[in-house]
Design a protein around this ligand. Sequence first.
Ligand SMILES: [Zn+2]
Ligand SMILES: [Zn+2]
Length: 280
Amino acid sequence: MDLSTYHSHCDFCDGHAPMEEFVRAAVAAGFHAYGISSHSPLPFYARCAMRAENVEEYLSCIDTLKREYAGQIELYAGMEIDYINEEYGPAIAYFRELPLDYRIGSIHYVTHPSSGRLMDMDGGEIGFRTALAEIFDGDLAGVVTAYYDASERMVARGGFDFVAHLDKVSVNAERIDPSITGTRWYHDRLISYLEAIAARGLMIEINTKAYPGLGVFFPHRRYMERIRELRIPVIVNSDAHYPWAINEGRAEAFEMLRAAGFRHTTCLKGGKWTEIPIGE
Ligand SMILES: [Zn+2]
Ligand SMILES: [Zn+2]
């Protein structure tokens, strides 16, 4: 089982400890590599996002730690970049020009197709219910459609290495309608999204953040065999916001991949995405 993760947060965004505490936890857990990926600045105020004026310090902090921990662990400068719309996402020049080692494409906000109002689809249940009523007039299928529409546009524009928590909208959507992810319509939508990712040669992460609490990975285990058939490279990431969480759900994710017939996961080695055998 490969020990590395490329999706992590720290106190430059909504992580709950300084960057170095996460790095120390990764060294103590025997990780060979650790990627730091704070939430990107956004074109509006959001509590969870890094502010644009802190990006320089963020990058220099990672550089300092890379030097201090050289020989103990490979550290990488990443960023979880929000796709908002055609004007703001991983493909824009601002993000392409940042000296990052890799980029994550991520959707947390969806846009109502006619009003243009933005909705945070990733908050808690109460916030989701309120925004669903106020912004989407209670149209849950509309939110889910807007989420996968935005996801497919993000993939078409590119500018990143892998897709974050591919079907995360399922958590809040299922709180409103537990049957929604079991519908033919939802299934077909997800499969066509996976096909678009494969056609673009992008990778996806197996995000383990919700596993301890909800028992689910993103993407859901029901899509693993299709992902393998499409030969989409997978990276197992913990999306940790606390240093103690960097390894949460990892063994279970590898077990799931093994059971679905995967032979490899992907990690950064010497700065290059490299396939690593899953092993027994
Ligand atoms: Zn995220
Ligand atoms: Zn994240």
